[in-house]
Design a protein around this ligand. Structure first.
Ligand code: NAP
Length: 281
C-alpha cells in the first residue's frame, strides 16, 4: 500500500503556480481572491484562514470579508457586486454553509461567473458537464489530480463515488466519466452499498461520516480517495474511511488530514491564477 501524499503533491503544484504568478506580476497583474465569511462557524473560520494563508504564500492578494452571523442578504449581495466590479479581484468565494436565514443559491448566483473560482455556478457546472470546463470545482479536480499522481490509468477503470452532493459527489461523477472511467454513484438510498463498492478499482468517498468505510467494502488493490473531514469519538480529525482498517487492502490511499484537503486549496489558487490570466493584456 502507498499513501498518496496530498501535501507533497500540493507543494509541487504551488511551485508551478508561483512561477505563473511571477510572470503575471511582470506584466503588472497581481491575482486577487476575495473570501466572504458570514458568521463564526469554527470550521469555516479555519478554512478561510487556510485559504488566505495560501494566498499570502503564493503572492495572491487575499480580500478577507467577514460579517457577523445576523448580516442580511442585501449586505452580502452588495459586497459581491462591489467585488464583481473590482478589477483587482479575479475570484470570489462565499464560504459555505451560510447562516440559515440566507438563501445560499440566491447569494451565489450574484457572483460573476468568470470570477466563480469555486466552480459552483450553473454556468461553470454546465461547462464541466458538457466536457468543456473553464473553472473546475476545486475538491473533485484535486481528487482527479491525486488519482493521476499514482500513475494508474483512469480510463476503463470501474470507479465508484459514495455521495452525490453538488459540490463533491456529482462533479466527481462527471470528472471521472470524462477521464473514461465507468462510474457508479451511490447515496443514502443505495441498496447493498458494500457489494457495489467492493467492485471499485477507484473508490471516492464523500459522505461526512467518520470511518464509515471498512475493509469489507473495499476491493483488493483499489485506489481509495477519502474526501471526508470528520471528527472521531475523541474529537480528532479523521475521514470517511477507516484508514487503519482499510490501508493494507488497497494499492493507494489518501490520509486525512494531508490528502484531499491541501489539494482543494491548491486548485482554488490555480483557478484564481487562471481567472487573473484573463485580464486584458
Ligand atoms: P453532503 O452534502 O452532506 O453529502 C453527503 C452525501 O453522502 C449525500 O449524497 C448522502 O446521500 C450521502 N450519504 C450519507 N450517508 C450515506 C450512507 N450511509 N451511505 C451512502 N451514502 C450516504 O456532504 P459533502 O458536502 O459532499 O461532504 C462530504 C464530506 O466531505 C464531508 O465530511 C465534508 O466535510 C467533506 N469535504 C471535504 C472537502 C475537502 O476539501 N477535503 C471539501 C468538501 C467536503 P443523500 O444524497 O441520499 O442524502
Amino acid at each position: 500500500m502507498q499513501i498518496i501524499d496530498g501535501k507533497a503533491l500540493s507543494a509541487k503544484y504551488r511551485e508551478k503556480l508561483k512561477s505563473e504568478i511571477q510572470s503575471l506580476k511582470s506584466r503588472g497583474v497581481t491575482p486577487g481572491l476575495a473570501v466572504i465569511l458570514v458568521g463564526d462557524d469554527p470550521g469555516s473560520q479555519v478554512y478561510v484562514r487556510n485559504k488566505i494563508k495560501a494566498c499570502e504564500e503564493l503572492g495572491i492578494t487575499g480580500f478577507e470579508c467577514r460579517y457577523p452571523a445576523d448580516t442580511d442578504e442585501k449586505t452580502v449581495i452588495a459586497k459581491i457586486e462591489e467585488l464583481n466590479a473590482n478589477p483587482d479581484c479575479d475570484g470570489i468565494l462565499v464560504q459555505l454553509p451560510l447562516p440559515r436565514h440566507l438563501d445560499e443559491r440566491k447569494i451565489l448566483s450574484y457572483i460573476d461567473v468568470k470570477k466563480d473560482v469555486d466552480g459552483f455556478s450553473a454556468y461553470q457546472t454546465g461547462l464541466m458537464c458538457l466536457g468543456t470546463p473553464d473553472l473546475l470545482p476545486c475538491t473533485p479536480h484535486g481528487v482527479i489530480e491525486l488519482i493521476k499522481s499514482t500513475g494508474v490509468e483512469i480510463a476503463g477503470k470501474n470507479a465508484v463515488v459514495i455521495g452525490r452532493s453538488n459540490i463533491v459527489g456529482k462533479p466527481m461523477f462527471h470528472l471521472l466519466l470524462q477521464n473514461n472511467a465507468t462510474v457508479t454513484v451511490c447515496h443514502s438510498k443505495t441498496r447493498d452499498l458494500g457489494s457495489i463498492t467492493s467492485k471499485a478499482d477507484i473508490l471516492v468517498v464523500a459522505i461526512g461520516k467518520a470511518k464509515f468505510v471498512k475493509k469489507e467494502m473495499v476491493k483488493e488493490g483499489a485506489i481509495v480517495i477519502d474526501v471526508g473531514m470528520d471528527r472521531d469519538e475523541n474529537g480528532k480529525l479523521c475521514g470517511d474511511v477507516d484508514f487503519e482498517d482499510v490501508k493494507e487492502k488497497c494499492s493507494f490511499i489518501t490520509p486525512v488530514p494531508g490528502g484531499v484537503g491541501p489539494m482543494t486549496i491548491t486548485m482554488l489558487m490555480s483557478n484564481t491564477v487562471a481567472a487573473a490570466n484573463r485580464r486584458p493584456k
